[in-house]
Design a protein around this ligand. Sequence first.
Ligand code: FES
Ligand SMILES: [Fe+2]
Length: 417
Amino acid sequence: MLSRQENELLCRVGPDAPMGRMMRRYWLPAAMSTELVAGTPKRIRLLGESFVAFRGDDGVVAVLDEACPHRGASLLLARTEGCALRCIYHGWKIDATGAVLETPTEPEGSAFAAKVRVAAYPVYECAGIVWTYLGAPAAAPPVPDFAYARVPASHRVNAKFRTDCNWAQSLEGAIDTAHSNFLHSANILPQAGIERSQAADTRTARPSQDGRPRILTEDTAYGFRYAAIRRPLEDADVKQYVRVTHFVAPFTAIIPYGDLQNVQLYVPIDDEHTYMYNVKFGPAPISAERAEYLRGGLDSDGDYGTIRNRANNWLQDREAMKTTSFTGIEVIRNQDTAVQESMGPIFDRTKEHLGTSDVAIIRMRRRMLDSVRAFMESGAEPLGIAEPFDYGEPHAVEGMLPLDQPWQRVLDSGAPV
Ligand code: FES
Ligand SMILES: [Fe+2]
């Protein structure tokens, strides 16, 4: 449970909110690479503000404030000219650095253009994701070159999803291993006799059906990692089934997924909407059939969300619940979206009752709240920036260990990709 004040501190991300100010000190995913095609600017909503991104003829992406610096027409409407935009209202031309190149409504020879700029933000495009940095330029941290960026494109699957609720609420679903035994029970196959859980050709398999995981956390420079320890289906008197998940500040979860790692970045659109950028990757090429499954059929609403929503009760099928389905909702992603959105846009955490399976959620809140308080009170560097670390290091892994071994030993069983 959080106090009302802590809940506000954790969730609000606008330009004046403490968490919003701290989030602006990190690189933020702004779009999938595939969303930005030369010739068509795209509106980017991030942390409650609007920007415009466009890919120039040179293939390089630029991110600018959305409003034209003349009188504020949206640059989403602009014509694209090479590596610049031309506002359709009065024809001002603005380049990728935010410089105004032409003000054609001004007298010939006017120096007016040189006096005006639009804010432009640094861009880092890597492994299918376009990142931007909105903070003070001198304070930009190193780019987040996660392990997925170090494998060939054939070894990775990118996807993007929207949930209509606060970023922390969605992230809490990602670092909540206990729900998988219930919410996703129809989609996870119990499979005994395997040393390290491997996905069947498409679906996920687990060598355990233990719904009461023991959760142990360990702080790291990037946030923390936790082990979920379950009784296996076989040899439970001598073995333990361990899954290690990582929280990388400010909003990333790295979750084991059989032979793959499942990276989920919960990027606030505003206080009440979130895009999740998802990269699943592994040490070998992923088949086209499996990639299709991993992208997750979603009944898309056209903006990475689902047509399943509060008004239609997420299309829950009561008949299916009587026979084959615990939830009456098909597809893992739809199940997550339904429960997260059902809590309301920002859940009132003064009303919750946290149990022993919620230890990782409590840890994430504590790490982020401690960081944002120190950031506001003493100007401390944020969590994940204060202490350098290698973004390639957090390695999500699952496996069997002898009962008498510490859980960290499971990290030895799979070398980082
Ligand atoms: S508002 Fe863009 S040129 Fe006038
Ligand atoms: Fe889930």
